[in-house]
Design a protein around this ligand. Structure first.
Ligand SMILES: C[S@@+](CC[C@H](N)C(=O)[O-])C[C@H]1O[C@@H](n2cnc3c(N)ncnc32)[C@H](O)[C@@H]1O
Length: 194
């Protein structure tokens, strides 16, 4: 079977690994739904018996995500115009098989509204609570702007300090590419420390 050249597109690589952790019927969180592209991929993976909880603080993002879901005929998603810091109000601890953060600006939206280091660290702590053992947290990070650079640094420090008995963290950076391509952080919650 022909395979696409996965490593050249960071977001596709991030999603491809994430989808391998999701089965039909699973609970999944899209922490930053933006234009809804990730939400659609996650909703397809979770299937009609699963549920995706999608969050974004911007009205425009919620509208674009709901529109995209309608276009794809997907009804297994709850879209909330709320911060990802609210995810624990909707999803029980230890129940999500994947939580996805795609940091930064809404594509084609206002650049004044972006994820921030302080809020993102709060959201990541919420994500670890909701993740089930064996589940994956995926964070796509952009360091081509000042806030993104500071945010990435804090997120990396946070990941490096995670207890290796409970979590396994991995990081991908496109080493020889120009113009700050996105980078990926994955964290999986170990099952019985393995
Ligand atoms: C790069 S975009 C996400 C792209 C999206 N996943 C997609 O597939 O189109 C980042 C989004 O994070 C949102 N955001 C910023 N702070 C947030 C927060 N505290 N909680 C949830 N979303 C937030 C922004 O409004 C923006 O839409």
């Amino acid at each position: 079977m022909k395979k696409s050249n996965l490593i050249v597109k960071t977001t596709a690589l991030a999603m491809s690994v994430t989808l391998s952790y999701i089965d039909k019927g699973d609970i999944v969180i899209d922490a930053t739904c933006g234009a809804g592209q990730d939400t659609v991929a996650l909703a397809n993976a979770a299937g009609k018996d699963g549920c995706v909880y999608a969050f974004d603080i911007q009205e425009e993002a919620v509208r674009r995500t709901e529109e995209r879901l309608r276009e794809h005929g997907l009804s297994n998603v709850q879209v909330h115009k709320e911060s990802f810091a609210s995810m624990n109000e909707y999803v029980s601890d230890g129940s999500a098989s994947a939580v996805v953060f795609n940091l930064g600006y809404l594509p084609g939206g206002k650049h004044g509204i972006t994820t921030t280091a302080v809020e993102t660290l709060e959201g990541l702590a919420c994500a670890l609570r909701t993740l089930r053992p064996g589940g994956i947290l995926t964070v796509v990070m952009y360091d081509g702007h000042d806030e993104g650079r500071a945010e990435k640094q804090r997120v990396m420090e946070w990941a490096e300090a995670l207890d290796p008995k409970q979590y396994h963290a991995a990081y991908v950076n496109m080493l020889n590419q120009r113009n700050h391509p996105p980078e990926i952080l994955w964290v999986t919650k170990k099952i019985n420390g393995a």
